[in-house]
Design a protein around this ligand. Structure first.
Ligand SMILES: [Fe+2]
Ligand SMILES: [Fe+2]
Length: 163
């Protein structure tokens, strides 16, 4: 990142990069969880669940790219070791061992709630200290809030008898 661009960050940049890398790991795990869940999901409202999982997977990958770009601007590098992704993540990978659509949706909702907590805390940390990162995190948080709602709506449809 440019010198002035880094000067305006009123935080320990090394610590900030670590927090962003942990979130980056979360995004990769969420991406893979949704992507693979879309391949194997069965049961009620399968088509709606597949399309939501596929859309969310794309969003999580976009979030990973947004975080990677900010990490690089700050002078860091995104995690390159695949096994470190699960070790350093805030929200651990939830293996979809049961392909039933209800279980897949519940795992997704748990994941989104974890992400909302992480980004909400991150916003507090960077508020008034790093406006560029704040903007990136806010955009991601808005998506995660929408994701939780999307999954909840389908789960409610299933619970009301939707096929
Ligand atoms: Fe995300
Ligand atoms: Fe999400």
């Amino acid at each position: 990142m440019g010198t002035k661009g880094r000067e305006i960050v009123k935080l320990d940049v090394i610590e900030l990069i670590e927090l962003l890398n942990k979130a980056y790991a979360d995004e990769w795990l969420a991406y893979y969880q949704y992507w693979v869940s879309a391949q194997i999901v069965k049961g009620r409202m399968k088509n709606a669940v597949v399309s939501e999982l596929t859309e969310h997977a794309g969003d999580e990958l976009k979030h990973a790219e947004m975080l990677s770009e900010r990490i690089l601007q700050l002078g860091g590098a995104p995690i390159t070791n695949i096994t470190e992704l699960n070790d350093r993540a805030n929200c651990k990978y939830a293996e979809p061992t049961n392909p039933d659509s209800v279980e897949i949706l519940k795992q997704g909702i748990d994941g989104e709630r974890c992400a909302i907590d992480v980004y909400n805390k991150l916003l507090d940390i960077v508020a008034h200290k790093d406006s560029v990162t704040y903007h990136v995190i806010l955009e991601i948080l808005e998506d995660e809030v929408e994701h939780e709602d999307d999954f909840e709506v389908i789960l409610e449809d299933i619970q009301r008898g939707g096929e």
